[in-house]
Design a protein around this ligand. Structure first.
Ligand SMILES: *Cc1c(COP(=O)(O)O)cnc(C)c1O
Length: 521
């Protein structure tokens, strides 16, 4: 961006620009003498940003918040390839052309802020989150040292401290990292290092076989990360769940004992708070008590469900969280912060640094003129690290705790409303009668399949309903809801509410729209 000399020119030129109008269309060249421009930031580029900004506000934000607009304008890959000019060649592209292309990008992109987007565990639109994202990118720095990220170092400390205290981690540590999967990897790596510190320098050779105990409904990142960390996917031991999808406490203890009998060392039990499909909250308190008895690290994967900690009325779902050693919490899911905002938190104050530091001399010099304990980057497994905290900070600062809590309570209320509505509506059948989180799983039974004997063949037919309706909703662009099989259940819809602006009206829409699309099947 502008350096010292040019900043002055910019400030001086502001009144002139205002007089000319910021979005003037007159042609300009790249010179410092251009009214309103500087050598480093020509007026033409400023105009480009302003025009693009106006266009984004209209096409990507306002239009996509209109429930009558399309959530998606679906094209198959070949068709989309021919519709979009994505190839890059040797010539420059004009600003006008880039704005035109940006319009197309928006046109064919999924509108995750749309009130009818329920496809995954993120979505919704937050003005302050977007403002935070834009400011982050305008300042474009890396989070590793106080030297280049003074404000963001302090901001990260503040926000992680606040999140930690909500979990009852009163004197812990944490880091924002790229995704819940990576947060879960941090947990495994810390748990393993705590048990076998030599793993950092000498690797796995010579260490006993280790395992990780998790729920059969737990997130697949556990497997991926066990493979990544050289433990192998087979080191993940799945534990049976009850009929609500919650890990059974006695089965956890049984798994620990069996593993030990087979010569393995269980290094971690992963407790999920808000499973990805069913939204189950594992009995954290009881499992943590079992783990403490056996000296095993308790990790809570709250990537999806930890947002409940904001509400006094909902935090009981994670009772016992203060006994956990670590927590994965993705504010970009339930709290509606823009992608990606993922926190890893731990109660062990110095462990992140001990486990991950490599003390690069060119970056983390110990003889700097300021307090180098504020250079927090060596806690990370990365070098450069995107600033993720400002999006969340801006939202949280704007709303305050009380409104944020009400937002979370609202989506739980919408899920309860939808559940009750589905119970009463012909053609719908719930997977769980009393979902704990905002996931509401259900089958739609088209009129042609109603009132029949529920044989294996009948369920086979039901399994084809959700994919067929999903195709229709995507092609028509009216709604996006995910589906999957799970446990002994054939394909069912998973309505999942993370958009905090959701109201009962959208819940009604989901029911009538799925009925409309599925009626003729
Ligand atoms: C989404 C999710 C993850 C993974 O988070 P990403 O940010 O997508 O990597 C992990 N655990 C659970 C329970 C999740 O729902």
């Amino acid at each position: 961006m502008a350096q010292n000399g040019t900043t002055e020119i910019r400030q001086n030129s502001v009144p002139k620009m205002a007089a000319n109008g910021f979005v003037s269309k007159e042609k300009s060249v790249k010179t410092s003498s251009e009214p309103g421009g500087t050598a480093r930031f020509p007026a033409e580029e400023e105009r480009f940003l302003r025009d693009l900004f106006e266009m984004i506000l209209k096409d990507a934000v306002k239009d996509s918040l209109n429930p009558n607009s399309k959530v998606v304008n679906f094209k198959h890959p070949q068709e989309l390839t021919s519709l979009l000019d994505l190839e890059i060649d040797h010539k420059r592209t004009s600003n006008e052309e880039l704005i035109k292309l940006s319009r197309e990008i928006i046109k064919y992109s999924v509108k995750s802020g749309h009130p009818h987007f329920f496809n995954q565990l993120y979505g919704g639109f937050d003005t302050y989150g977007l403002a935070g994202a834009w400011l982050t990118d305008a300042l474009n720095t890396s989070q590793y040292t106080f030297e280049v990220a003074p404000v963001f170092t302090l901001m990260e400390k503040t926000v992680l401290g606040k999140m930690g205290r909500l979990a009852g981690f009163n004197d812990g540590d944490g880091i924002f990292c790229p995704g819940g999967s990576v947060s879960n990897m941090y947990a495994i790596n810390l748990a393993r290092f705590k048990k076998f510190p030599s793993v950092k320098t000498d690797g796995m050779a010579g260490l006993p076989k280790m395992c990780i105990i998790t729920s059969e409904e737990g997130h697949y990142s556990m497997k991926k990360m066990a493979a990544t960390l050289g433990m192998g996917m087979n080191s993940i031991i799945p534990v049976q769940c009850d009929d609500q999808g919650r890990m059974k406490v006695d089965k956890v203890e049984e798994a620990i004992k069996t593993a030990q009998k087979n010569g393995m060392v269980p290094i971690m039990v992963n407790v999920t708070s808000g499973t990805t499909v069913l939204g189950a909250y594992d009995p954290l308190d009881a499992i943590a008590t079992v783990c403490k008895k056996h000296g095993i690290w308790v990790h809570c994967d709250g990537a999806w469900g930890a947002g409940c900690l904001l509400s006094k009325n909902l935090k009981h779902l994670m009772k016992g969280i203060e006994k956990a050693d670590s927590l994965t919490w993705n504010p970009h899911k339930m709290m509606g912060s823009p992608l990606q905002t993922c926190a890893f938190l731990t109660q062990h104050k110095n462990l992140l640094a001990e486990c991950h530091s490599a003390k690069a001399k060119y970056l983390f010099q110990q003889d700097k003129f300021y307090d180098v304990s504020y250079d927090t980057g060596d806690k990370s497994i990365q070098c450069g690290r995107k600033v993720d905290v400002l999006k969340l900070w801006m939202m949280w600062k704007a709303k305050g705790d009380n409104e944020f809590a009400r937002d979370i309570e609202n989506i739980f209320d919408c899920a309860r409303y939808l559940t009750e509505k589905l119970k009463k509506t012909e053609g719908f059948r719930l997977v769980l009668q009393k979902p704990e989180c905002t996931n509401v799983g259900f089958w739609y039974i088209p009129p042609s399949l109603r009132g029949q004997k529920e044989t294996k063949e009948w369920w086979d037919k039901v399994s084809k309903v959700a994919p067929a309706i999903k195709r229709l909703m995507t092609e028509q662009g009216t709604l996006l809801v995910g589906y999957q099989p799970d446990r002994e259940w054939v394909n069912f819809f998973r309505m999942v509410i993370s958009n905090t602006a959701t109201t009962h009206q959208e819940m009604d829409f989901v029911v009538t729209e799925i009925d409309r699309l599925g009626r003729s099947l």
